[in-house]
Design a protein around this ligand. Structure first.
Ligand SMILES: [Zn+2]
Ligand SMILES: [Zn+2]
Length: 198
């Protein structure tokens, strides 16, 4: 006879399934322990999944904000190049004034918060005063519309605004997608910077 599966007493007389037990009390206690262990394992597994999900959400938001910074930098350079190629002093999309005592920002027509689908969209982002128009006037959207018309003409401005009104699906990006995007943006920033410096 084998040892009791529960309390390890030798020569346990009761056989249930493939195990030996002293009696039904030991068998019941053993079954209950097994059940508790299974429950604890399941709970630990679900906790681990939650932790992983949170981790992936955090890394997604970190990647997104890193890419947003790079995209903004790229758009500022693209915009400065757009003006340079036309021999025009760069001016703000919202107030149509030159830089003055401000910094250039990549101003979103539709905010990133409201429209994550347009966060990385060229047609939603133009050169804007960082402090005066972006921060203090919340993007000055009426001025922004005027600015689009002044820069691109009424028809094109209308087309851009209409494009921005239509909600698209926000792309779900994996960690690899974000890495690829960063690489691409950095390369484009270097290319634009060289063109601007040249
Ligand atoms: Zn026992
Ligand atoms: Zn401005």
């Amino acid at each position: 006879m084998a040892n009791c599966k529960h309390c390890k007493t030798r020569n346990a007389p009761l056989r249930i399934n493939l195990h030996s037990f002293c009696d039904y009390d030991c068998a019941t206690a053993y079954a209950k322990n097994a059940q508790d262990k299974a429950r604890a394992k399941k709970a630990a597994e679900s906790k681990r999944k939650d932790r992983e999900k949170l981790k992936s959400l955090k890394s997604n938001s970190r990647n997104s904000s890193e890419c947003q910074k790079l995209f903004s930098k790229m758009r500022r350079l693209e915009e400065l190049l757009w003006f340079k190629e036309r021999g025009i002093e760069p001016y703000c999309i919202s107030c149509q004034l030159p830089l003055g005592n401000d910094q250039w920002a990549c101003g979103h027509f539709k905010t990133r918060k409201a429209r994550s689908d347009l966060a990385f969209d060229r047609l939603n982002t133009f050169l804007q005063h960082n402090v005066r128009c972006n921060k203090h006037l919340s993007g000055d959207i009426e001025g922004y519309k005027r600015g689009l018309a002044i820069r691109f003409g009424d028809d094109e401005a209308k087309r851009i605004i209409e494009y921005c009104e239509v909600r698209q699906e926000t792309l779900k990006r994996t960690a690899e997608d974000w890495q690829a995007m960063k690489k691409q943006l950095n390369a484009e920033i270097r290319r634009l910077q060289a063109l601007l410096d040249g």
